[in-house]
Design a protein around this ligand. Sequence first.
Ligand code: HEC
Length: 111
Amino acid sequence: MFSITEIFAKSCRFLVTSGAALIISTAMISHASAADTATTYNNSCAACHDSGALNAIKKGDRAKWQQLIKQKGMPALVKSVKNGMIQMPAGGLCDNCSDDDYRKLIEYMSK
Ligand code: HEC
């Protein structure tokens, strides 16, 4: 038979465990957006911007990206992706990206 103190100790341990799980899931949610940019990049933009296929500026070519950002400005670059370019399909293969997502993806590629 369980005594009252044993039951109390068991439910306390349960509360501590579920509290820890809550902290872990909160931490995962707050890191989700950075991970999402990498995932979206891999699923959409990487096809061309990883290898430089079709003359796309490569991810990590900091000098070229910085020059382009300075020349055209971020809003114009976001617009280019949304409308498409000569070789780049409109939206860059990301159907559900917002302007902010595109901005993050461009910053991600320029590092
Ligand atoms: C099918 C290949 C392809 C995919 C997929 C692609 N791009 Fe591009 N991108 C290009 C090419 C090629 C260029 C160079 C311009 C041109 O010739 O169209 C370019 C140019 C750009 C530019 C420069 C625009 C400018 O105004 O000079 C940006 C910014 C860009 N891409 C962002 C992205 C982002 C963000 C994604 C993913 C959501 C993406 N691209 C996906 C091929 C691609």
